[in-house]
Design a protein around this ligand. Structure first.
Ligand code: FEO
Length: 393
């Protein structure tokens, strides 16, 4: 990658990571990821966020391509998570006079992670920093992903440097701005990114959207994925909807199964659901990645989960999935559950406890001993149909 001009003074200087297979060592990166940095080349030269340290050389080359041998005056740290800050120490060694512009919480974290003790400009919510001819302004947006997160607004150019917000997985394939690329993959990756990274923080995202609502924004420059220009309104709408946990009609059926009996139950539920809605997603918890399941749970209103009794408890893959769903705090889903057992059923109790924690009603259950009777097949079909119908309201 090279620097890429966004406006007369503003450049994209980020890098692609096509090497990492698991983001946060958990979430598959089948399309890679970008770590986005931006440079404002005013009288003061300002870098907005850095990149993960193994990619620092690429960032540095991109900076040099814009400012040559000139000094960097400031680096703004919108977010301290190491995918954006672990290049800081190397940057500071190369530009020792550079000042780190960050809020109080971020400065504490930077000191803790990197031992950089001085050279800070501490900024507060709403404060403006003059760069010579133009200005940047800071908006604290805590918990849009971490507590120190802020966004930086390039006032005259109407660009919002939004940290992780509006970001997505997917390395950039040549182009940087949305209008120059096929966006299909990035929209899909935005859902997966939101669900798995930001998903827990619906209320803070809503607060941030309200706080920023009076700004004229011509461009959103996130820390991951494309720069949004023609799609600004669309990505804001996507975030608004996701952070309210709004979802579309459709049913996600997730099951664990050792010998296929619980899987057969899932198939019957899917048959019933598919008579009502087109979006019916089946996930075998032992085969689908939980990141994809959670993404579907953000997309669709209906969730039917099934488990065999295993050592007197839920099947471990299902127990683990439910914990991840609980962590995300997903609201307002239409929930059903089903279970199977050989000699003593033990799945309905933990399913009930899960639904209670999520504040969801249970809209149907079926439990089968050993194998389905004809009556139970009908019950499962009806369960799928009923949940699907409820998602249509
Ligand atoms: Fe891309 Fe929360 O860091």
């Amino acid at each position: 990658m090279e620097s890429y001009k966004l406006t007369d003074l503003c450049y994209y200087v980020g890098v692609n990571d096509r090497h990492k297979s698991l983001f946060e060592n958990m979430i598959p990166l089948s399309n890679g990821v970008s770590y986005n940095s931006y440079l404002i080349n005013d009288q003061k030269k300002v870098l907005i966020d850095t990149v993960e340290s193994p990619f620092f050389e690429g960032l540095l080359a991109n900076i040099h391509s814009v400012i040559g041998d000139a000094e960097l005056d400031y680096v703004v740290v919108n977010h301290v998570e190491p995918d954006h800050s672990s290049g800081l120490l190397m940057l500071k060694r190369i530009y020792p006079g550079m000042q780190i512009v960050a809020n109080k919480k971020a400065i504490e974290m930077i000191k803790g992670y990197y031992g950089i003790e001085d050279g800070y400009i501490e900024v507060k919510d709403g404060e403006v920093l003059n760069l010579g001819t133009k200005n940047i302004q800071f908006y604290c947006t805590p918990m849009v992903h971490w507590p120190e997160v802020m966004m930086t607004y390039f006032v005259e150019d109407k660009i919002l440097f939004s940290a992780d917000a509006f970001g997505c997985f997917g390395a950039l394939n040549g182009a940087v701005i949305d209008k120059d690329m096929d966006l299909e993959i990035y929209y899909s990756e935005m859902y997966r990114y939101y669900a798995n990274i930001v998903g827990k923080y619906g209320l803070p995202v809503q607060n941030a959207l309200k706080k920023l609502s009076s700004l004229q924004i011509d461009m959103i420059c996130s820390t991951h994925g494309p720069v949004w220009s023609q799609c600004v309104n669309h990505v804001v709408e996507v975030y608004d909807k996701l952070s309210k946990y709004e979802a579309q009609e459709g049913v996600v059926i997730v099951y664990g199964s050792m010998y296929g009996h619980t899987e057969q139950m899932a198939e019957m539920i899917a048959r019933g659901a598919a008579t009502v809605v087109k979006h019916v997603k089946l996930h075998d918890v032992s085969r689908s990645d939980s990141a994809d399941i959670i993404t579907d749970l953000f997309k669709y209103k209906g969730f039917v989960c099934g488990s065999p009794t295993y050592c007197g408890e839920l099947y471990p893959g299902i127990a683990s999935l439910l914990m991840k769903v609980e962590t995300r705090g997903i609201k307002n889903r239409i929930f059903g559950c089903f279970g199977s057992f050989t000699w003593a059923g033990a799945t309905m109790k933990p399913f009930s406890a899960f639904a209670e924690k999520m504040k969801w009603n249970i809209s149907g259950t079926v439990e089968v001993k050993q194998t389905m009777s004809e009556l139970q097949q009908d019950e499962l079909f009806e369960l799928g149909k009923n949940i699907a119908l409820l998602t249509k309201n």
